[in-house]
Design a protein around this ligand. Structure first.
Ligand code: NDP
Ligand SMILES: Nc1nc2c(ncn2[C@@H]2O[C@H](COP(=O)(O)O)[C@@H](O)[C@H]2O)c(=O)[nH]1
Length: 325
């Protein structure tokens, strides 16, 4: 099997067909909505909170709320719907989550998107949860994961998932690869390619994106949406704690399976790091859009479809060639 990751690949340009990059359309239809970008901040407690979710939804971006304040989720759905915004929540697979889905159905609270957020998503418990959601909240678009194999994608799709999320261990604050020896860390892009070939429904690439160019590469290798943590961690709106060190500002970014999230050192597969403060998230989203528009123009097209067909080369010794970004 040929394996590679983001930094091992370069996309090959085609003749440009636009007069300005602004002509290139980065929008994507995902589920029942159209979004400005095929990018979503990770459903982690230091990346997204309710105010940022509202801000993103109001401005045409996709979001997935995390599941780590479970008692707030029903009110969150109500508030989003009262504001005429879509609701996108996360659930786990423990017994109380089954009750929660039934409570939502009883209260006629149907979120537009539900993400089943589990480290090892290729499991019977996730399959059962997909079916439970489909039984009680049939209109919700179900995203299930995470998986790292074509078999995982097929089984979750066959169980009724509307999209699957690919990525076991490529994340910046992930230590799964070190603690267990398993995952797609180091070959996430190749795993995405294998999974996308097996998929008959949309795929979310999750983890390992380090530069805006990696968004274009994810689309080339089959992603319909790209979930990103670390690149979104350092903003004014990021819920992580702001820390000052030697006159410089940083934001905390920790893993959902870290002891900081769990409050205990049990089955820890995540760590904490500081990310340089970056200011307003709106500026980062605009820059991502500009970079993706530019990528589309290099692909010789006018929309995201053009990126799915470009040639690529595997670059020896990584594209950075020793440079720091
Ligand atoms: N994308 C990734 O690479 C990874 C992401 N994460 C993130 O960390 C958070 C916590 O994830 P997770 O631990 O799944 O959620 P939970 O802590 O909610 O665990 C869900 C259930 O699955 C069980 N479980 C967890 N891992 C396994 C496993 N490997 N084999 C069998 N059963 C398992 C747990 O039991 P028990 O704890 O008793 O085993 C628990 O009952 C999530 O937000 C997830 O996205 C974590 C690791 C990798
Ligand atoms: N192995 C772990 N993976 C985790 C943990 N918390 C989150 N995640 C995954 O990382 C991505 C974000 O990756 P990034 O490279 O963009 O920073 C996130 O969406 C999860 O899938 C964890 O504790 N352990």
């Amino acid at each position: 099997m040929q394996v590679f990751d983001y930094e091992d690949i370069q996309l090959v340009p085609n003749k440009c067909i636009v007069d300005s990059r602004s002509e290139c359309d980065t929008s994507v239809v995902f589920g029942s909505h159209k979004f400005k970008l095929p990018v979503v901040p990770a459903n982690m407690q230091t990346i997204i909170d309710a105010p940022l979710a509202k801000d993103l939804a109001s401005n045409g971006y996709f979001y997935v709320m995390h599941r780590f304040e479970p008692e707030t989720r029903a009110d969150f759905i109500r508030e989003m719907h009262q504001a005429d915004l879509f609701a996108s929540i996360s659930v786990g697979v423990k017994d109380e989550e089954y009750d929660f889905i039934e409570q939502l159905a009883d209260a006629n609270l149907q979120p537009e998107y539900i993400t089943i957020d589990i480290a090892h998503g290729h499991s019977q418990r996730v399959i059962d949860m997909i079916q439970h959601i489909k039984q009680h909240l049939p209109e919700s678009f179900v995203i299930a994961g995470n998986v790292g194999t074509p078999e995982g994608v097929r089984e979750l799709e066959n169980a009724g998932a509307d999209a699957t999320k690919v990525g076991i261990g490529p994340g910046k604050v992930c230590i799964t690869k070190i603690k267990t020896g398993f995952g797609t860390g180091g070959w996430q892009l190749a795993a995405l390619r294998l999974c996308a070939k097996a998929a008959s429904k949309p795929i979310i690439a999750d983890g390992g994106v380090r530069t805006d160019g990696d968004i274009a590469k994810s689309i080339r290798f089959g992603a319909n949406m790209i979930m990103i943590g670390s690149l979104f961690a350092g903003h004014e709106q990021s819920p992580g704690k702001t820390i000052e060190r030697d006159g410089e500002l940083y934001k905390e970014y920790f893993g959902s399976a870290s002891e900081y999230q769990k409050g205990a050192h049990r089955n820890v597969e995540g760590k904490k790091m500081l990310v340089t403060y970056k200011g307003d998230i709106a500026d980062t989203l605009v820059e991502m859009q500009e970079d993706l528009q530019s990528a589309i123009s290099y692909a010789g097209g006018k929309d995201l479809k053009a990126l799915t067909k470009v040639d690529y080369v595997i670059v020896k010794n990584s594209i950075f060639n020793g440079d720091q970004y």
